[in-house]
Design a protein around this ligand. Structure first.
Ligand SMILES: Cc1ncc(COP(=O)(O)O)c(C=O)c1O
Length: 369
């Protein structure tokens, strides 16, 4: 090969490092030849899919030769009715990652800036850089977003601010008080992307923030959500953005015509009808979080209190070493060195028995040192 195809890529893409997902169970099975592996690495729902989803998928099978509804009419109607928004504010995505990428592609040109926090979700800088944009990273405050610093980082080149609430991988969250002050400070020409992938897990309370309440007042706000977490559909890939109709119109211009497939559309509509599933997801998560908090304290380990479906734990030694030892125990968690958190691991909340196994494996692994 005489041509360097990396050098042919756009400058932003040349410097990119691909997103590193959680290790799949099958991969570890192949590598170690062991079974009975548990994966607590990708903030997935441990319950398995809703029965309503399974029967909806059965009905879609007969129509697999047809393209999906490219406008996702039925899902948008169901979402709009449930959320009390109009359907023309919704942009559907192949997971909310897709929507985040649409935002970057539609709004970021080379030289434009996107403000992100230290320890923010890795997809924001990847999508930004792929478009030739520049990520401006503000220092985290207590592992979370420093909204004052983020507002202060806005320059005339800023087009987008990406914020996750709760944040992945730290699980930190902020409430209405901090948000109100922030959103008022940001000029309307700057789009604020409020990523609420984990909002269903946030405990209700007077200060609990729901981005939807701000859409009418702030036309520069885009709220993104997903069916991958509390709704248990990570494998089907469906998420969405809520924004003013003009922004939705722009996002739909760069969206692939059939970016959400027929299974995903039907499953998402079906799970929205299953309030019991959502309630179980929350309850299992709440109990699992308590199980980890208690277990980690017993092990003398420091962790970041989390509002999501995962918990980030700090160690005295490199997280990668502990991660490797946990793999030998058949437990897959997530190392965070690529987030600049070399001594931390992120553990997704599983079923009670999975959490127990993870805590016991941690105890053994730490006892080896
Ligand atoms: C903060 C945050 N946003 C967005 C996503 C993307 O999720 P999906 O593309 O599955 O909707 C994730 C996934 O882990 C996440 O943690």
């Amino acid at each position: 090969m005489s041509c360097d195809f990396i050098a042919l890529a756009t400058p932003g893409v040349q410097g990119l490092t691909p997103y590193v997902p959680g290790k799949p169970i099958e991969e570890l099975e192949r590598e170690l030849g062991i079974s009975n592996i548990i994966k607590l690495a990708s903030n997935e729902n441990p319950l398995g899919p809703s029965p309503k989803v399974l029967s909806a998928l059965d009905q879609v099978k007969a129509d697999l030769t047809r393209y999906p509804d490219g406008n996702g009419f039925q899902l948008k109607q169901t979402l709009a009715a449930g959320l009390g928004v109009s359907a023309d504010t919704i942009t559907l995505g192949n997971g909310s990652n897709d929507v985040l990428d649409l935002i970057a592609r539609a709004y970021l040109s080379p030289g434009d800036e996107a403000v992100v926090s230290q320890y923010a979700f890795a997809v924001y800088p990847i999508s930004t850089q792929a478009c030739g944009g520049k990520s401006v990273v503000t220092a985290a405050k207590d592992w979370g977003h420093d909204l004052d610093a983020m507002a202060a980082a806005v320059t005339e080149n800023t087009k987008v601010i990406f914020i996750a609430n709760p944040n992945n991988p730290t699980g930190t969250s902020f409430g209405k008080g901090e948000w109100d002050a922030f959103i008022r400070r940001v000029p309307e020409r700057v789009l604020v992307v409020l990523d609420e992938a984990y909002i269903e897990y946030v405990e209700e309370g007077a200060d609990a923030l729901n981005g939807l309440d701000y859409l009418d007042q702030h036309p520069n706000l885009i709220v993104t959500r997903t069916f991958s977490k509390a709704y248990g559909l990570a494998g089907l890939r469906v998420g969405y953005a809520l924004s003013n109709p003009q922004v939705a119109n722009v996002l739909n211009r760069v969206r692939q015509p059939f970016n959400v497939d027929s299974f995903a559309l039907a499953a998402a509509s079906a799970v929205l009808e299953d309030q019991d599933y959502l309630a179980r997801s929350r309850a299992v998560n709440r109990d699992g979080m308590t199980q980890y908090e208690t277990g980690l304290k017993k092990l003398g380990l420091d962790y970041i209190p989390s509002a999501g479906n995962f918990i980030t734990v700090h160690f005295d030694t490199p997280g990668m070493e502990i991660y490797q030892k946990l793999l030998q125990e058949g437990v897959i968690v997530r190392p965070l060195a690529n987030y600049g958190m070399a001594n931390s691991l992120r553990i997704s909340i599983g079923l009670p028995e999975e959490n127990q196994r993870c805590l016991e494996a941690l105890e053994r692994v730490l006892g080896d040192d």
